[in-house]
Design a protein around this ligand. Structure first.
Ligand SMILES: [Zn+2]
Length: 256
C-alpha cells in the first residue's frame, strides 16, 4: 500500500508494483491488492467481482468515507492491527478516530476491525472519562443512526455512570453540557445509575451467545460478533449492521 510510491513501513513499495486495486478517498490514494481487501470485506468483494477479468487495475472511489479511517482500515487488512505502530500514526489518536473506524468497519462488514475498534474505544474511554473528548464522543454516538448508537452507547453510559459523581460536580464542563443537550443519553445514564451505580468495576457479563453469527434479517445476513454487539436483554441482541433486535434462538438459526 504505497502512497505516491512511498513506503508505509508495513507494506514495502516492492509489493505495491503488484497492486491490482487503487482506492481513492478524499485527497488520498492507496495502491492495494484485491486478494487482501476482498478477503476482509464482503462489501469490497462484491464491488470487485465481475470486474476482475475486465480491468488489470481496478479503481474504487470511496466518496462518503473519512480518509483517515480508510487508511486505518486498509492498514488493519494488511497487519491485523489497529491503532499501533505498524501504520503511520493518524494525526488524531483519540476516541473520535476509534469511532470513525468502528463506523467504517461496520459499513464494510470487517468483523475483526469492528471488534478491535470497539475494544480500543472502550479502553480509551475508560481512561479519558474526564476529557472534553469523552463528552464529544457521547455527542457523536448519539447523533448517529440507531444501529451505531445501540452498539456504542452502552459503553459510554456505563463509564459515565461509574464516574457520575465526579462528572456532575464540574458544573460548566463539556460533559454537563452534553448531558443537558442529549436527552436520550441523560435518560440512559439515569437508568444505569438507578440500576446499580454504574458497573462498579464488575466484569462485563458473558453474552449468552459467543462467536460470530449471521444476522437472521432476510435483507441483512451480515456477520455479527456476539461479544461486541449489544444485548438488550439476556435473550435478545441487536445487529449492529441493520439495527434490528433478534432473539437468541433466531441468531442460532440464522448463524447456521
Ligand atoms: Zn442485521
Amino acid at each position: 500500500m504505497a502512497q505516491n510510491g512511498g513506503h508505509d513501513g508495513w507494506l514495502s513499495s516492492r509489493y505495491a508494483k503488484f497492486s491490482d486495486l487503487t482506492i481513492h478517498c478524499g485527497n488520498r490514494t492507496w495502491r492495494v491488492h484485491r486478494v487482501v481487501v476482498c478477503a476482509h470485506s464482503s462489501v469490497f468483494e462484491a464491488r470487485c467481482s465481475g470486474d476482475i477479468e475486465r480491468a488489470l487495475t481496478q479503481v474504487i472511489s470511496l466518496r462518503d468515507d473519512d480518509p483517515e479511517a480508510v487508511h486505518e482500515m486498509l492498514c488493519h487488512m494488511y497487519t491485523e492491527s489497529f491503532g499501533n505502530q505498524a501504520c503511520e500514526a493518524p494525526a488524531d489518536q483519540g476516541l473520535a478516530i476509534s469511532l470513525r473506524v468502528y463506523a467504517l468497519a461496520t459499513k464494510y462488514n470487517i468483523l475483526s476491525l469492528v471488534r478491535r475498534a470497539a475494544q480500543q474505544f472502550t479502553t480509551q474511554a475508560a481512561d479519558k472519562w474526564q476529557s472534553v473528548e469523552f463528552a464529544h464522543a457521547i455527542k457523536a454516538i448519539y447523533s448517529q443512526g440507531r444501529p451505531f448508537q445501540a452498539a456504542m452507547s452502552k459503553t459510554v453510559v456505563q463509564i459515565a455512570a461509574k464516574h457520575a459523581r465526579e462528572l456532575f460536580t464540574q458544573k460548566d464542563s463539556e460533559f454537563c453540557k452534553v448531558a443537558e443537550t442529549v436527552p436520550k443519553f441523560a435518560a440512559e445514564l439515569s437508568a444505569q445509575i438507578v440500576k446499580g451505580g454504574g458497573d462498579q468495576g464488575r466484569a462485563r457479563e458473558r453474552p449468552p451467545l459467543m462467536g460470530s453469527l449471521r444476522c437472521p434479517g432476510r435483507h441483512c445476513r451480515r456477520t455479527v460478533d456476539m461479544e461486541t454487539t449489544v444485548w438488550i436483554s439476556s435473550n435478545k441482541a441487536i445487529c449492529y449492521h441493520c439495527g434490528v433486535g433478534y432473539f437468541k434462538s433466531q441468531w442460532a438459526i440464522g448463524g447456521t
